[in-house]
Design a protein around this ligand. Structure first.
Ligand code: ARG
Ligand code: ZN
Length: 873
């Protein structure tokens, strides 16, 4: 909570100072219990020779909830006069240059609803320390540039908590006199406190092993509730694949004797890379064909790999301060994206990632919380675990990869890991390694880290028929963002190709843009080409070029870059939908152009096309993407136009959809591989179009699929499509059946909740409020809040933006309630309200009124205060 009605203050990157004291060794003893937990910390402290401030006090972070029982230096108990304490810090003004500090603290994990620090999830103890959760466990210099070797003893009741885990290797175990037992863990690798972890509970385990490239055996363990033991195979397989991939692609081996993953039900985010002991949201680790969709299978694979890759990009080399978060997150997202591309379809992975970037990250860049990949200041660091730091950060690393090429990039990462192993560094060091191996000057490139906003690129072309010379001119600019009015030009790679009329490629390569305006000429061409620009989305920008429909169709048919083929299709659909929106607003009848029907028919009937590609090509741009592209978002027009197009394309191509549905149905047993996923995705896309006709025959088909499916992808798709297509009675029936079948599977029921919360049929708010009364809904569980509250506010635009403002008031009520209970979740759920500037004026007033209501609702957490106050500027 904010301190005594003072407004929380920002922290600035420019104020960074090296720590005055280092912790050489950290010994922890936890006595876990139902009513309270005792933490004894014994720290070997030494003055930091790199610190030039003389007489610096020792500052230990400590959350206001910590109850300090005893504090001593070299065995001498300190009295109240020897130190001072406020809401954040315990300060000891005078200490020796080297000493042992012992600190006994009482904490209450059983009351911890913020899910930061040590807390209870379904009866087990677990931790989440990144970014600043360790200060809720004990007094400590809780900053990533203080790295220490940890030895941890966990003591707890034997029967309730048979499994006791922490980082590193188990070195000792035994019984204490009172029926409790203990295990002692030692982690030989120095680490910052944010990578500390502890787990205690009654857990089942899946075991396996992996032998590293140099022949070291590693024990692999995945822990979960015993009822979920049958859902751990996919995560285990993904882990082994990730370990091997990191050896092959980056030359990085695992370094401890044991690697553990624990699945927990209550978790604010996806997962956490604690050294040797990853803790995962169940939604990112559990998977079985019956209960898990293809998308979730892929997410498990990606997140398991992500957390594993952090062992090098994050743990062995960590961040100096939290402004550098993208050093580990951007790089690790890039690594996991490349891993997933190698394991599945590269083009599909790229399409999915770019879709997310272009809808959600671009919207963030255009909103009040816009910030550079390396932010300059923050009030609450938890608010900066953003799409910008993660996804745009990964794009920045991808651009380095494109500029340097794979070989130099690999030499760059080798140098980076070698140079900085065991250190806490900055994004400058990462770029420097790339500059050193390539001999390139990357000074201008670094603007990607310091300047916020999505750059715009205007491209024009000209053709000299006599000389056979084609010329492309690029103009780049970047809109103002909070605190940054003027932007300097970025250095960016533009991958391109030039296509002849017969589809041949006349030229291809990578152009490097550095100036505000720049031209490139291509000589000796036999004909005027069609340019394929920004292939593979080689830079995170909005590129415009006035393509004719013929040119886009040409790219759609012939571009060898799968991403740009898809994007050509998107450009066609977006342009059409934008013009339909104009018609809708002026009350003109909406009409489907014959040309689009012809294009789609050819895509639908060409059985030689890759089903994955077709599925993506024929999916209409999302409401979220259309909103991001709009000058002023007209929620209703976007929704109505998209619904119209869906129905019109369904009617116009009915036999084709039906044929594709039949062609992509399969008798083969379920497998989550890329080919089978693509087939299901095309099948369920066709089912969606068939249902959009509103005809009962297709409802029967959907119900058959629902009843006969041997996998969750098909069953859930049928359910969601029936519910969302307006078959009200059938929808109710299937929802009831689904609930009866799956009520014991928490993750499946989350989907059941979110299908209903995102159902745009009138009356959504009332339905959502009834869902909150459901016995399986639990407002303390973030996954449940995401399934209901976030699904309603984020994926049900027409209902959330109801004209009477009821959706906004609903969200504000939740924020006010959650502000105290779980500030991180409260602040995240708030996002849709912060986007008020994008809507018409009367809507803005309603949205702002709710933000103001939150601001006036009493003492706000730093998390919520930062987002609300910045949004109201
Ligand atoms: N480092 C984690 C990951 O990306 C994210 C954990 C952040 N947690 C938080 N509560 N802010 O893998
Ligand atoms: Zn991460």
């Amino acid at each position: 909570m904010s301190q005594h009605n003072q407004q929380p203050q920002p922290i600035y990157l420019k104020d960074y100072q090296v720590p005055a004291y280092l912790i050489e060794h950290t010994e922890l003893r936890f006595e876990l219990d139902e009513q309270e937990t005792l933490v004894r910390a014994t720290l070997r402290v030494r003055r930091n020779p790199a610190c030039t401030r003389s007489k610096a006090a020792l500052e230990l972070h400590g959350h206001e909830t910590l109850e300090l029982c005893r504090l001593s230096i070299n065995g001498e108990i300190l009295s109240e006069r020897d130190f001072s304490r406020n809401e954040e810090l315990l300060t000891i003004p005078s200490v020796p240059t080297e000493f042992t500090l012992e600190c006994l603290t009482r904490i209450h994990p059983e009351l911890n609803t913020a899910l930061e620090g040590l807390y209870k999830s379904d009866g087990m103890f677990c931790t989440q320390c990144e970014a600043e959760g360790f200060r809720r466990i004990t007094f400590y210099p809780d900053r990533p540039d203080v790295m220490s070797v940890f030895r941890t003893r966990v003591v707890a009741d034997r029967s309730r908590y048979p499994v006791l885990l922490s980082n590193g290797n188990p070195v000792e175990s035994g019984y204490e006199d009172d029926g409790r037992h203990f295990v002692t863990w030692e982690d030989p690798f120095p680490k910052p406190a944010y990578l500390f972890a502890l787990v205690a509970g009654d857990l089942a385990v899946l075991e396996d092993s992996y032998t590293t490239a140099s022949g070291r055996p590693v024990k692999l363990q995945i822990y979960a509730d015993s009822k979920d033991l049958d859902k751990l195979d996919h995560a285990m397989l993904s882990l082994k694949r990730a370990m091997q991939w990191d050896e092959q692609v980056y030359g990085r081996e695992y370094d401890l004797d044991i690697y553990m993953i624990v699945a927990v039900d209550f978790f604010n985010m996806g997962a956490m890379e604690n050294k040797g002991l990853n803790i995962f949201n169940t939604s990112c680790v559990l998977a079985s064909p019956q209960t898990t969709t293809d998308a979730a299978f892929q997410r498990v694979e990606g997140v398991v790999a992500h957390e594993y890759f952090h062992n090098w990009s994050g743990n062995r080399v960590t961040c100096r301060d939290w402004f550098q978060l993208s050093l580990k997150e951007g790089f690790t997202v890039f690594r996991d994206a490349e891993f997933s591309a190698d394991m599945n379809s590269r083009t599909v992975k790229r399409i999915e990632d770019v879709s997310l970037l272009r809808t959600a990250q671009f919207a963030e860049d255009a909103g009040p919380m816009a910030h550079p990949v390396r932010p300059e200041s923050f009030i609450e660091i938890s608010n900066f675990y953003t799409l910008t730091v993660y996804e745009k950060g990964a794009e920045v690393v991808r651009m380095l990869h494109t500029l340097l090429g794979p070989e130099q990039f690999r030499r760059g990462t080798d140098l980076y890991f070698e140079r900085h192993d065991g250190q806490a560094v900055t994004t400058d060091e990462f770029v420097q390694a790339m500059a050193d191996v390539s001999g390139r000057d990357l000074t201008q490139f670094k603007r990607w880290y310091s300047q916020a906003g999505t750059p715009r690129i205007q491209v024009s072309d000209s053709w000299d028929d006599v000389a056979g010379c084609y010329r492309l001119t690029f103009r780049q600019s970047c809109p103002a963002t909070p605190g940054q009015d003027e932007k300097l030009p970025f250095h960016m790679p533009i991958a391109y190709g030039l296509l002849a009329a017969d589809g041949r490629e006349l030229a291809a390569g990578v152009l490097e843009l550095t100036d505000a305006e720049q031209s490139f000429s291509f000589d000796d061409l036999s004909e005027r080409p069609v340019p394929s620009l920004l292939r593979g989305f080689s830079a995170p920008v909005k590129l415009s070029f006035s393509y004719s429909d013929e040119q886009l169709l040409h790219l759609l048919r012939h571009d060898c870059d799968g991403f740009n083929r898809w994007d050509a299709g998107q450009r066609i659909a977006v342009a059409l939908m934008q013009s339909l929106m104009v018609d809708y607003r002026s009350g003109r009848e909406l009409r489907l152009p014959e040309s689009l029907v012809d294009t789609w028919r050819s895509l639908l009937t060409d059985a030689s096309l890759d089903p994955a590609m077709v599925a993506h090509l024929l999916r209409l741009p999302s409401e979220a993407y259309l909103s991001e592209l709009a000058d002023v978002i007209d929620v209703e027009a976007i929704h109505e136009v998209r619904e119209f197009l869906l129905k019109a394309l369904a009617q116009a191509l009915l036999p084709e959809w039906s044929a594709v549905y039949n062609r992509s149905s399969s008798e083969e047993p379920y497998a989550p591989d890329a080919a089978a996923c693509a087939r299901r995705s095309l099948k369920n896309l066709s089912l969606g179009y068939l249902l959009a006709t509103g005809e009962e025959v297709w409802l029967t088909l959907a119900e058959e699929q629902f009843n006969n499916a041997d996998n969750m992808t098909d069953q859930q798709a049928a359910l969601a499509l029936v519910v969302h297509s307006g078959f009200r009675q059938a929808g109710e029936r299937l929802l009831a059946e689904f609930q009866a079948q799956w009520q014991h599977e928490a993750l499946v029921m989350n989907q059941w909740f979110s299908i209903q919360a995102s159902d745009p049929w009138p009356g959504a708010l009332g339905r959502v409020q009834r869902l909150q009364e459901h016995p399986l809904f639990d407002a303390r569980n973030p996954n449940k809040l995401r399934s209901v509250v976030a699904a309603f506010c984020g994926q049900n635009a027409v209902s959330f933006h109801a004209a009477d403002g009821s959706g906004y008031a609903y969200l504000a009520d939740w924020i006010i309630q959650l502000n105290k209970q779980n500030p991180q979740i409260a602040s995240r759920l708030l996002t849709p309200l912060t986007r008020w500037k994008r809507y018409p004026e009367e809507v803005q007033l309603l949205m702002k009124a709710q933000l103001a209501r939150i601001l006036d609702s009493g003492e706000l957490s730093r998390d919520v205060y930062e987002v609300v106050s910045k949004s109201l500027v």
